[in-house]
Design a protein around this ligand. Structure first.
Ligand SMILES: [Zn+2]
Length: 190
């Protein structure tokens, strides 16, 4: 309700077989399927079972509802990740604060080029910096704590911050839409 929608405009009055592609004007079929949300800047996020308009020419066009909650839930999942953050994940979290490299580097107490190399994956993240990134994000986005509370994992996740495994394992983040908003599951990528 009143939330921004990401994707083609919605028109419930158009019957199913009359949906058209925003790109080419050809017919599209609306199906429910999983969508790898690379538009997030991460390649390990999957939106499970969402509406996608499929055009035979242009491909998939996902209809993502409550986009702010999607980004918040991805951020929550990264805070909850039991392994070290990757550079891309650090970049994603920084962007949820809407701050530039310069600002975030200052908050972390490192210089700009250090953070830049870290985000590019040229430099491994230290245990301390990893924890500090997560803690700063929680500090500056209080709605993240609310999200963790809603998902009933707040204490578990805060406790886990002390036990992040010093291992750069890739995880897959799966988001599902629920009546209360999105929820997430983490799975270790094969
Ligand atoms: Zn098309």
């Amino acid at each position: 309700m009143g939330e921004k929608e990401f994707g083609p405009a919605m028109d419930e009055n158009v019957s199913k077989n009359m949906r058209i592609c925003n790109e080419c004007g050809g017919p599209v079929e609306r199906v429910k399927k999983d969508h790898r949300f690379v538009e997030s800047g991460l390649d390990n996020v999957v939106l499970r079972n969402i509406e996608v308009d499929v055009c035979p020419k242009c491909g998939d066009s996902p209809r993502i509802y409550r986009i702010n909650d999607v980004f918040l839930t991805i951020a929550a999942s990264l805070i909850a990740k039991p392994f070290e953050l990757t550079g891309r994940e650090v970049r994603f979290l920084r962007k949820t604060l809407e701050v530039g490299i310069e600002d975030f580097a200052r908050k972390l107490g490192v210089d700009r080029s250090h953070l830049s190399r870290l985000e590019n994956g040229a430099l491994a993240i230290s245990r301390q910096t990893d924890r500090l990134v997560r803690t700063l994000i929680l500090l500056h986005r209080p709605e993240l704590l609310e999200k963790l509370t809603t998902l009933d994992i707040r204490e578990k996740v805060l406790k886990r911050l002390e036990e992040i495994k010093p291992e750069a394992a890739t995880v897959t983040v799966e988001l599902r839409q629920t009546p209360e908003g999105y929820s997430f599951e983490l799975a270790r990528a094969a």
